[in-house]
Design a protein around this ligand. Structure first.
Ligand SMILES: [Zn+2]
Length: 139
């Protein structure tokens, strides 16, 4: 039996976050936008944190942003990942901040303010997660 598929665990999808993960599977990065006040927010939730409206929609993002902060994770190790894992808070150009992983960069070259773009990585169980890599890099 050969197993050359993705090793990254599938995302945990909830009723609130399904809109985000469904978009990722379609190769789109989205944030929730409030139809009442127009603000974007992330992660998805049932109610706008600014005006408490429940009229929310998925808004597609450019996928471009900058590294707000990051941490190199060494432990505990999961065999599905290559260490250190770069965990980063990315400020998207549209004004929302996402926690994700940086890929395609040596950990010692990661810097606050680095320009990054979204890339999509398949996971186990046919999931897809949005990750970020240095902008303009060919994959
Ligand atoms: Zn609102």
């Amino acid at each position: 039996m050969s197993d050359v598929g993705p090793t990254r665990p599938a995302p945990v999808v909830t009723e609130d976050s399904a809109v985000f993960w469904d978009a990722a599977r379609a190769g789109r990065l989205v944030a929730q936008r409030c139809r009442s006040c127009g603000r974007l927010h992330h992660p998805p939730r049932p109610m706008c944190p600014a005006c408490h409206s429940i009229e929310l929609e998925a808004h597609e993002l450019s996928g471009n942003g900058t590294v707000y902060s990051y941490a190199l994770l060494h432990y505990p190790q999961n065999p599905a990942f290559t260490y250190p894992v770069v965990a980063a808070l990315v400020d998207l150009d549209e004004g929302v901040r996402m926690l994700s992983n940086l890929v395609g960069v040596e950990p010692e070259r990661v810097a606050i303010g680095m320009e990054v773009e979204v890339t999509f990585e398949p996971t186990k169980d046919d999931g897809v997660v949005p990750l970020f890599r240095p902008r303009g890099q060919r994959s």
